[in-house]
Design a protein around this ligand. Structure first.
Ligand SMILES: Nc1nc2c(ncn2[C@@H]2O[C@H](COP(=O)(O)OP(=O)(O)OP(=O)(O)O)[C@@H](O)[C@H]2O)c(=O)[nH]1
Ligand SMILES: [Mg+2]
Length: 451
């Protein structure tokens, strides 16, 4: 039996490295008691180190050495979490890791939940919520470009883009309130409805600009869904294979070869394209093929970009026309395939020719980047890249527009100010200054354990 000491502010621990055999492993501990707890199982007296320090020594279970480790000691508030913290770098055997974690447990620490270290750092104001969210983006990043943006955001560059908007809204509220509450003191400075409208317009311009780069940022972070559609036999599966440079989808001269969606993925100049090869769209009596055709039609709606593949050797028929109609409201690229066995026809509805068979597809790749309207600058511009952040920015826009409408209709200033205050609350929420703890909890729960 072990006596579990009384727990103050709970001290947490977690394995911060991958949970399998490796050269080294890192166990992270944070909380008021972390230094005392580790002191109970360490060969040197940690209480004599008053500064942050790297210390070599043994982890002990009673008098038995569990492992010789390097210990990174951090005193609050000079740590990631802002609390007393320790990182134990031990040998990467899961046996050793589990033994050390068991010792920590016996001495009063508990296993951390996903994202709990970051949550504590956020609560201790080490960073705002936008920066906190970028930590997970950094871990999840699959391209150098996405990693670079997450890194900038972690350094606070995204917050810097947003904070002027928050400040402008705050200033506007103050100005209205001063005029409302102390009219005699500011009587020489008139605040007219047109002043308020013009100030709101200035903020709205900044909001629109940030929304527009944020949409591009989200594409750089998450990639886009691209559906490849067309009638049977035009070369959709061949195109998928050419794009991913792998013979993934079955290709035959038989029309109706693809029945189900076949997925593939490429990094196209820094943008991840989630590609969907679909069943050729046509009328069919075959039950299975019909299910596939329905899925193809649904994939048009579900995708960000549609590539409509036409056969460069034939005139548009009713199926082509139906597919063009189905995709007319989407961001789409119309491409003529099999250019290797046809002459380019100036009457064709697109001048984009490729040969999936010969892997001559560069013009299509360039067109995808063009249609996304992403340029070199966008890879350097941090922005609000997740749905929560973008949703709140949209709400700010919505409330500011309501306030503008009220001001245009000469409604009382205190009424105008209600919607500006609503916009302000959204901005506080965005950076986490007025964040519902449940929402913060939800955000951090998505993080890895140990982060
Ligand atoms: N010459 C030539 N043939 C091609 C090209 N692309 C595809 N093909 C041929 O066209 C036939 C059909 O190709 P697929 O890629 O299976 O066509 P699909 O559009 O996926 O057809 P379904 O799955 O039936 O809808 C195969 O024989 C391919 O080799 C091309 O660029 N040039
Ligand atoms: Mg196919």
């Amino acid at each position: 039996m072990y006596n579990i000491p009384y727990m103050k502010a709970q001290t947490i621990y977690a394995l911060a490295s991958a949970p399998f055999k490796s050269a080294l492993a890192i166990i992270r501990i944070s909380g008021e008691d972390s230094i005392n707890i580790v002191n109970n199982i360490f060969s040197k007296d940690l209480s004599k180190y008053k500064e942050n320090k790297i210390i070599n020594g043994d982890i002990l279970d009673k008098n038995e050495v569990v492992d010789n480790v390097v210990l990174l000691l951090y005193h609050a508030p000079k740590s990631f979490t802002g609390e007393n913290s320790i990182e134990i770098i031990c040998h990467g055997s899961m046996l050793i890791v589990n033994q050390i974690m068991l010792l920590l447990n016996r001495n009063g620490a508990r296993q951390a939940e996903g994202g709990e270290f970051s949550k504590r750092a956020f609560l201790n104001k080490k960073f705002d919520l936008i920066q906190a969210e970028s930590i997970q983006d950094l871990i999840d990043a699959r391209t150098n470009e996405a990693k670079h943006l997450a890194m900038l955001s972690l350094k606070g560059e995204t917050s810097k883009q947003f904070l002027p908007i928050k400040k402008d809204i705050e200033d506007l509220i103050c100005e209205i309130e001063v005029h409302f509450d102390y009219p005699e003191e500011v009587e020489d400075i008139q605040l007219s409805y047109s002043d308020v409208i013009s100030k709101i317009n200035n903020v709205l311009l900044k909001v629109d600009e940030l929304l527009s780069i944020s949409k591009k940022g989200k594409i750089i972070k998450d990639g886009v869904n691209v559906a490849i559609v067309g009638k049977p036999n035009v070369g959709k599966s061949s195109l998928l294979n050419a794009l991913i440079n792998e013979e993934k989808a079955i290709v035959t001269p038989i029309a109706g070869t693809t029945r189900d969606i076949v997925e593939g993925e490429i990094n196209c100049n820094g943008i991840i394209l989630h590609l969907l090869d679909t069943a050729g769209i046509r009328q069919s009596d075959d039950l299975v093929e019909n299910i596939g055709v329905n899925k193809s039609k649904q994939s048009i709606d579900a995708s960000d970009i549609v590539i409509v593949v036409l056969d460069a050797n034939s005139q548009l028929d009713d199926y082509d026309k139906e597919i063009l109609k189905l995709s007319e409201n989407k961001k789409r690229i119309i491409v003529y395939n099999k250019s290797d066995i046809s002459n380019k026809n100036s009457n064709n509805i697109s001048n984009l020719y490729i040969s999936a068979l010969n892997k001559e597809i560069e013009p299509l790749k360039n067109e995808i980047l063009k249609i996304l309207n992403i340029n070199a600058n966008d890879f350097e511009t941090p922005s609000l890249t997740n749905a929560r952040q973008q949703g709140l920015l949209e709400q700010i826009k919505y409330y500011l527009n309501l306030a503008k409408e009220d001001a245009s209709n000469l409604k009382p200033m205190d009424l105008v100010s209600i919607n500006i205050t609503n916009a302000y609350e959204c901005s506080l929420n965005l950076v986490g200054e007025m964040c519902d703890l449940d929402i913060a909890g939800e955000i951090f729960k998505r993080f890895c354990v140990g982060k």
